[in-house]
Design a protein around this ligand. Structure first.
Ligand code: PMP
Ligand code: GLN
Length: 408
């Protein structure tokens, strides 16, 4: 690991303390806070602000999915499922990977159903990390990675995606690998920046993982929220499947973040340890909801096309509204988030940075966003001081209302 990459210091204390630190739950004075997403949702509820902070859709998912789950609830599908999930969902995940990406995991030994992508990620990390191992990822990043890496006693080594273009620096990425690197986490499309990794970046990640004999964990929860061209999982690259665990969930694709149904797919030799770990975290995910998810994954292409079109329209509206309000948005290629340089809003409200702006915007303008520094390491936080993340997983009229409020 070179000086361009940031390694979190190895923190002493109980596993819980380390985890809280890695997930950013400890304030600078050592007090316990909630996750930044919880905190921002609480702020929105308290102030009555439009909540563009925590990313969750404000509409229900497809009726076919809801009906299948309701039928299972009423039809006696209310006991434990097998640890790896109901066979119908394992089949549906395998078929989804084949249909969209030409990847063919074995439905029974190569797919495990989890309690959201969150448990899929946690089980994947806990299954393969030992104390002292290093895990390479880009930052800013989803908070769970830091927390679970710390839980495992490992260390996160992060490479910044730098504003204003947030594209990966592949030389810096190479410099982040070292003799202790055991794993790479690639979140594509990327939360919070909306970056989509191109073929050159994917190939380089796969190549570095092979050279350093690492497991790759890809977080693809936004796989169907891509606005130009289809998603290409890293596992679809020649030779990459054998060392890659691919994680996704129903949350974003089927507007069901509260269902807590996700999955991990890959080669049996990697998925087996994930299943064994997951058995002792939650045993299994909610049976009737797994059956709903199986129905959803099998929906025709028209459903997926409409989803992408819908979110593209919302993205365009939010980008336009943010620009009109004086922010400088970076147009995302994927996810339902826009990051924007809110320097002008900070000046207008007389505060120094996005972290200070968040509560002020909630109170005065009635809009909540997530300050990007909350998702960055101490070493690179300064790069994102004036950047804020806004979610467009919301109705168009709410996005327009948020724009009007921000401009006032
Ligand atoms: N990874 C990323 C990048 C996310 O943004 C989220 C949450 N939205 C998750 C994982 C967790 O997904 P789930 O709700 O399926 O656990
Ligand atoms: N993934 C969502 C986000 O990034 C929030 C999930 C959570 O609250 N942990 O906003």
């Amino acid at each position: 690991m070179d000086a361009n990459a940031a390694a979190a210091p190895h923190t002493p204390g109980s596993p819980w303390e380390r985890m809280a630190r890695g997930g950013g739950l400890l304030t600078s004075t050592g007090e316990l806070s909630g996750t930044v997403f919880e905190e921002m949702s609480r702020l929105a509820a308290r102030t009555g602000a439009v909540n563009l902070g925590q990313g969750f859709p404000d509409v229900d998912g497809p009726p076919e999915m809801l009906e299948a789950a309701a039928a299972a609830l009423r039809g006696g599908g209310n006991q434990y499922s097998p640890v790896a999930g109901v066979p119908q969902l394992q089949e549906a995940v395998a078929e989804h990977q084949r249909r969209f990406y030409g990847i063919e995991p074995d439905p029974s030994s190569g797919v495990v159903v989890t309690v959201g992508a969150s448990e899929g990620l946690a089980a994947s990390l806990l299954a393969f990390l030992s104390p002292g191992d290093e895990v390479v990822t880009f930052e800013p990043h989803y908070d769970l990675y830091g927390a679970v890496v710390e839980f495992a006693g490992a260390r996160l080594v992060t490479v910044p995606l730098e504003p204003p273009h947030f594209s990966p620096d592949l030389d810096r990425l190479a410099g982040a690998f070292g003799p202790r690197t055991r794993m790479v986490i690639l979140n594509d499309p990327h939360n919070p920046t909306g970056t989509v990794f191109d073929d050159a970046a994917l190939s380089r990640v796969a190549e570095l993982a092979a050279v350093h004999d690492c497991v790759v964990v890809t977080d693809e929860v936004y796989e169907h929220l891509r606005f130009a061209g289809g998603h290409r999982p890293l596992a679809a690259l020649p030779g990459a499947f054998e060392r890659t665990l691919t994680v996704s969930s129903v949350g974003k694709t089927f507007s069901a973040t509260g269902w807590r149904v996700g999955w991990v797919s890959g080669p049996a030799h990697l998925v087996g340890p994930v299943r064994a770990t997951k058995a002792y975290l939650t045993h299994s995910a909610a049976t009737p909801l797994q059956l709903g998810a199986a129905a959803a994954l099998g929906l025709p292409d028209a459903f997926y096309d409409r989803l992408t079109g819908d979110f593209r329209r919302r993205r365009d509206v939010l980008v336009q509204e943010l620009a009109r309000a004086g922010a400088e948005p970076f147009e995302p290629q994927g996810t339902f988030f826009v990051v924007a340089d809110v320097r002008a809003l900070c000046e207008r409200h007389g505060v120094g940075d996005a972290t200070a702006l968040a509560p002020v915007l909630a109170e005065r303008a009635g809009v909540v966003g997530v300050p990007v520094p909350a998702l960055a390491s101490a070493a690179h936080r300064d790069l994102y001081t004036t950047w804020m993340r806004f979610s467009f997983g919301k109705r168009l009229d709410l996005l327009e209302e948020a724009g009007r409020r921000l401009a006032r």
